[in-house]
Design a protein around this ligand. Structure first.
Ligand code: ANZ
Length: 864
């Protein structure tokens, strides 16, 4: 279904003149190709630098409307800084490894390379047509060995630092794509963000990057980005890292030598713990149950099998009836020696904290639901009805051992009756020496006490997990590790990089749970680099987020085959000054790039710790209020729009639609209107009859003021991403110019040329073909993109006159044009200017004259 719109025929015809956008596009493309105006290479350039980066595309087909938006917006920023006198780096490449290519290859029985590089060729052609001002000499493809060699190098640097490691663990498994997924790739509904399959858990040996070592820095450094990154993205990152502050408490276990630690954010509730819960899939549960009775073991096994069918999201759901198995083992509460039964239940997760919790049903809803279901005791230890202000007990070091009991009234609500746990602030009760303390003081005191006793300590926990980077798929970067017969991991020596992907010849790419690379016998079997004994290459490939975690550095010298990037160039250009891309990358890509940047900083390769100084997220292009999708059949096709309205009209429409972060409903915008406006601007340039050397001091004063106001305001508007306002102001300028051409001093007026030149310069940001053609019509050489933005003449920014109203007896009698200075601070002058009105009053007597600067003179009279 095509959307319904007013379509104009090919080209937009205006008067005798024909704004033939297709011809203009065809005319300028080869000229730009030849001039390469956006190549950034002069090493001696002393201008200040700006690195403007648009998120690079995955080559899944031709460009779509989402690309049209992001590359239009990024290009405004890049072109803007060039006009402001900056040496701008604006590169582009392709994020060209990944599953869609591999799946397409399997479906058609072809090599993913062909599919990928054909798509790249198609997208590149469209991108060039779209006139994004990229430095094409720096183009890169992450699937080229020249690029992925450096992924391998990066992997080895992390490996050497202990930041890349392999472990057995429960992983997210996509049963359709037959590959593991990072936590970040599992959607909130428990499905894969790639295939849509319901993600299940599987125990596998996988490679990880230890991003958790950087959790604090990843969180704290977000403060550096406050104000230049969208607040929403900062929040999403903070929540994803999810730091919790609390304590670890050690519980002795009957019949077990070692203690079990639990992480709690509420150590103040320790006296209210009535049982312990362990994650069923934890090693601890397996161990505890091994020493229990056969019946318990059997019940537990059944439960475990059952549990593995549910997703993490289901396990976290609060409205789900609680389930669990009593392990018939007991823990001892370190503060009061109480025996706590140990249960296994799926609401506790193996990979958070220590995989075990002290259950405090009175104050934790999950624990309460569980206690009510299995009839376990509930003991209130924080009175949430007690006032917190007023006389708080004085805390003295001896207090914990004391028995200071405060009378508490009224009685706290009973969670067993209400079914609601008491989670709020309050005062401790039934808690030995803690009794009477406020919650926060109690937390402080108990942690001190546990620390002194050696049974606990303050602790932090993160939601963030290590980054699972291995994939059992073909189309990615091979992991540069060789496995010896003895199980040793041997890093591939750096001088042997890249480890090239084997050819697909004879390989079965169909997903089967192990990497297809394992089937490339000649490739897999290699001598051990250390002793020459038979060994095997690691057959997994890397998550493609590794590729995009550092690509912004590769653009600095993409053809250097001696290093991943040149630290000296990084010093000059990086970090990226302005990053532009979709909010769908708010967590994954940005977090990984931030992590790798910090690792490179620690290794001494870069001198900054954040990769992207500022971030602009564009909204989505939607249609009739809904997301466009193939299955809904409501796609707007990039090529159709370009054919119909031209590149410039589509780009201008993107800029004019509204604030960049808002969604653009393509049904509500008017590319026709954009094309008409562009035709009008273009024709204006043609109408100018004065020569370029006309002096800038003459011409219609009112038009000059409009032009200079625009020149003065546009930069601030662009820098605050108010592109739509700039376009609106530009439309006003074109209208004002047209008026002077048609009804004023006409096309020879110097002010008309001035306005037309300002229009061409500004249009360079939004509609580069039209702008370039106007620039030529105005008598200049290409490129308008390299022309410097004209500074507004400050004298023309002053309002020339202010209209003051002269009232006589409350009726408006006259209007006076006075200078703003007189109007503002010269009351006498204003009164003098009114003299003629005063004189004309005739036979009436003036009672008084009131001057209300700047705009009103009020005269009150009476009959003589
Ligand atoms: C006792 C307690 C009492 C807790 C209370 C809370 C309230 P966040 O904020 O997300 O960090 N917990 C600890 N490890 C867990 C695991 N592996 N799986 C599921 N839950 C776990 O949550 C920390 C709290 O979540 C911890 O504090 C613990 O329950 C639980 F009134 O300990 B609390």
């Amino acid at each position: 279904m095509a959307h319904e719109h007013d379509r104009t025929p090919y080209g937009v015809e205006i008067d005798e003149d024909f704004y033939d956008f297709a011809a203009i596009q065809a005319k300028w493309q080869p000229i730009w190709d030849e001039l390469e105006p956006f190549r950034t290479s002069d090493p001696d350039d002393t201008r200040p630098r700006k690195y403007v980066l648009d998120m690079f595309p995955y080559p899944s087909g031709d460009l779509h409307m989402g690309h049209a938006e992001v590359y239009a917006l990024g290009d405004i920023v890049a072109r803007y800084w060039r006009q402001q006198g900056f040496n701008v780096l604006h590169p582009i490449g392709w994020d060209s490894f990944g599953l869609p290519a591999e799946n397409a290859a399997i479906k058609r029985g072809i090599d993913p390379r062909g599919w990928t590089y054909d798509n790249i060729a198609q997208q590149k052609k469209s991108m060039k047509l779209y006139a994004a001002s990229f430095d094409w000499s720096r183009e890169l493809h992450t699937s080229d060995p020249e690029y992925y060699k450096w992924n391998q190098w990066l992997f080895l640097q992390l490996y050497k630092k202990g930041l890349a490691y392999r472990k057995d663990s429960w992983v997210n498994w996509d049963p359709i794509d037959q590959t593991v997924l990072a936590n970040e790739q599992v959607l909130p509904d428990g499905t894969s963000d790639r295939s849509g399959a319901i993600v299940i858990k599987k125990k596998l040996t996988q490679w990880y990057f230890k991003i958790t070592d950087y959790a604090d820095r990843l969180l704290d450094d977000l403060n550096q980005l406050e104000g230049t990154w969208p607040a929403k993205v900062l929040n999403m990152q903070r929540n994803w890292i999810g730091r919790s502050i609390g304590a670890d408490v050690d519980f002795a276990i009957e019949g077990r030598e070692a203690v079990v630690s639990v992480f709690t954010t509420r150590p103040d509730t320790l006296f209210g713990a009535t049982f312990m819960v362990v994650a069923p899939d934890s090693d601890l549960a397996a161990e505890l149950v091994a020493d229990s009775t056969p019946e318990v073991r059997e019940r537990f096994q059944d439960y475990l099998v059952q549990m593995q069918k549910s997703t993490d999201i289901e396990r976290q759901a609060t409205d789900r009836p609680k389930t669990g198995v009593f392990l018939e083992r007991y823990a001892i509460n370190p503060v009061n020696g109480e025996r706590l039964p140990i249960w296994a239940a799926d609401y506790v997760f193996a990979d958070y904290g220590h995989g075990a919790v002290m259950a405090v049903p009175a104050h934790d809803q999950r624990d309460l639901d569980f206690a009510l279901k299995f009839d376990l005791p509930v003991r209130v230890v924080v009175d949430t009805t007690a006032p917190l202000t007023g006389t708080l007990p004085v805390i003295t070091p001896g207090m914990i051992d004391g028995t200071e009991e405060l009378p508490v009234d009224p009685a706290p609500l009973d969670p067993t009756e209400t079914g609601v746990a008491l989670a709020g602030e309050g005062r401790l009760i039934n808690s030995g020496a803690l009794t009477g303390l406020s919650k926060n003081n109690a937390i402080k005191r108990i942690v001190e006490q546990l620390t002194a006793d050696g049974t606990g300590r303050s602790a932090k926990n993160y939601r963030l997990r290590d980054w699972l980077i291995s994939r059992q798929r073909y189309w990615g970067t091979p992991i540069p590790i060789i496995h010896g017969q003895d199980g040793a991991e041997i890093p591939v020596p750096e001088d042997q990089l890249p480890v090239l992907l084997p050819s697909t010849e004879g390989l079965d790419l169909k997903p089967k749970g192990t990497s297809p690379l394992g089937g490339a016998t000649d490739w897999v079997n290699v001598p051990n680099p250390i002793d020459g004994t038979p060994a095997r290459r690691d057959a997994d490939t890397m998550d493609t987020f590794v590729d995009s975690s550092w690509y912004f550095l590769r653009f600095l010298n993409p053809n250097d085959d001696t290093q991943a990037f040149d630290p000296k160039e990084a010093e000059k250009w990086a970090p990226v000054d302005q990053y532009v891309g979709g909010v769908e990358h708010a967590i994954l890509h940005l977090l990984y790039a931030r992590f790798i940047t910090k690792v490179l900083f620690d290794l001494g390769y870069v001198t900054f710790t954040e990769p992207f100084t500022a971030l602009l997220n564009q909204g989505m292009v939607i249609l009739d209020g809904t997301k466009m999708s193939k299955s809904k059949g409501n796609l707007v096709y990039f090529t159709e729009e370009i054919d119909q309205f031209g590149v410039d009209a589509v780009r201008l429409t993107m800029a004019f639609a509204g604030p960049p972060e808002d969604d653009i409903d393509w049904a509500d915008v008017s590319p026709v209107g954009s094309a008409k406006f562009l035709a009008r601007a273009w024709r204006m340039a043609k109408d100018v009859t004065s020569a370029p050397d006309v002096l800038w001091k003459t011409g219609d004063p009112a038009l000059r003021r409009v032009t200079h106001r625009f020149l003065a305001d546009a930069p601030g508007l662009v820098e605050s991403f108010k592109f739509n306002v700039v376009v609106a102001r530009l439309m006003e300028l074109v209208n004002a110019t047209r008026k002077v051409i048609d009804t004023g001093a006409g096309p020879a007026d110097a002010a008309v040329r001035e306005a037309a030149e300002a229009t061409a310069m500004a249009l360079n940001l939004f509609a580069p073909y039209t702008a370039e053609d106007m620039w030529q019509r105005l008598g200049y050489e290409p490129c308008v993109a390299l022309a410097q933005w004209r500074k507004a003449d400050p004298r023309l920014l002053v309002e020339e006159s202010v209209t003051a109203i002269v009232q006589v007896d409350n009726k408006v009698r006259d209007r006076l044009e006075v200078s703003p200075k007189i109007a503002a601070d010269d009351l006498e002058g204003l009164a003098r200017a009114s003299a003629s009105v005063i004189r004309s009053i005739g036979d009436r007597e003036i009672v008084h004259v009131i001057v209300r600067a700047p705009k009103l003179v009020s005269i009150v009279t009476k009959p003589v």
